[in-house]
Ligand binder design. Sequence first.
Ligand code: FMN
Length: 486
Amino acid sequence: MPEKYFTYKSLDDLRRDCKLYGVDITFDEKLEAVARPVKIGDRTIGNAIGIHPMEGCDGTLDGKPGDLTFRRWERFGQGGAKLIWGEATAIVPDALANPRQLLLNERNMPDFELMLKKTRAAHRQVYDRDDDLMVGLQLTHSGRWSYQKPIIAYHHPQVDSVTYLDKKNGIKIPTDYPLVTDGDLERTEDMFVEAVERVYRLGFDFVDVKQCHTYLLNELLGAHTREGKYGGSFENRTRFIRNILGKIHNELGDKLIIASRINAYDGIPYEKDPSTGLGKPLPFSVPYPYSFGVDRHNPLKEELSEPLQLVGLLHDHGVKMINVSMGSPYYNMHIGRPFEHAPIDGYVPPEHPLSGIDRHFRITGAIQQAFPDLVVVGTGYSWLRHFLINAGESNIRRKRVTIVATGRGAIAYPDYAHDALTLGKLKSSNVCIAVSHCTNLMRSKHNDLGQFPAGCVPRDPLYAEIFKESTGKKQSASKPQAREGS
Ligand SMILES: Cc1cc2nc3c(=O)[nH]c(=O)nc-3n(C[C@H](O)[C@H](O)[C@H](O)COP(=O)(O)O)c2cc1C
């Protein structure tokens, strides 16, 4: 594998490699489709550029947005993207992925309200209006990745082998670890509905009921081997989300736009090959009875009949926007976020990043083509650097996606939408270079708060300083060992 993957000086260079690797990634120079407004229900999103949920692990220890959270959201507000998909926010303390994740309880409401207000004000200051800005919040239960105590829906031998009860002491989930009970799941449904109701009262434009990145709701979708009413059949595995959506509808009718970020393909766990550094799949046998969206006869590949069925079901239950994602940040990070350099606990990607991007575009395209009227938000763009917007333009024109959004790309370059729309291109000096330092920060737990804040180290001097501090190995051993995310 090469030392450096991204060597492209022009779109033609990039097109040449797309051909070489046999991937269907196309580019359009002239930016028109990304500038067009998008209709959603009776609202309009001012352009087709978005910002994905990007947790900054910078909340206070009681789950309120902190100074850096405010800073990030305001920068997003100023950035010109008309879709801001607010980050993972836990519905209850047990659901937190790390000690500085946001927590939406009654006590924290005024702080969330202020953050939303400031984000809108920042947007209005630059663009004179915010009626066409859609800001949402992602609600999460971290499930097996909850940092205080894993909550698992079923035993997945390979994933259990990388799930820690106590990471510091290397203690993994035992084979007899109890599963979350049906009763607890029913109560968790109600907690979700309460949190959705808070999102509505806060005045967000939409809520995301998170079903991606192998957190609790995503794990339930793949709970083929679980017994009882939340496992086995597709109907049972989607019971949790169907119940939540039904209850939300009873409480709120159509007053709040409901969205969901889904995993359309979980993939399987990878580990680093000690001799080559390359990621390799953990040994598996077929038929593979675990996870969601995987081909049971070859889980290294997607099988989309159930993901398509899920999107149809969500659509029928009133979900108006789907954000398509895939993979797990914990055990197959190259799938969700194609990268140049691996995070500290990662591996050299076992495929060219272009192949990973192709997987994102192909799967998202299949969903959009099956549901042409649904607002589908696409992922997997950031590695393409300043050419990402040209790929997005082409995907929208080809009806493979409705809104193009970036995660790492947006923390590197919060005003990328503004530049795309005013300059007709992105500045190569501002883009994400996918060296995974944001993830490294997320995985750094050795400060007084038990969690370093995550942001863009190469592009944002504030985080370059934080990164220096984190790599200076300042220890604070008394604090809880948090998990990674999101
Ligand atoms: C530091 C960091 C924080 C993230 N936080 C979230 C989150 O809160 N919710 C979520 O669904 N995805 C989260 N993600 C995943 C991104 O939204 C996105 O799916 C991923 O980075 C791939 O998109 P990109 O190539 O544009 O970065 C996070 C990723 C990183 C690196």
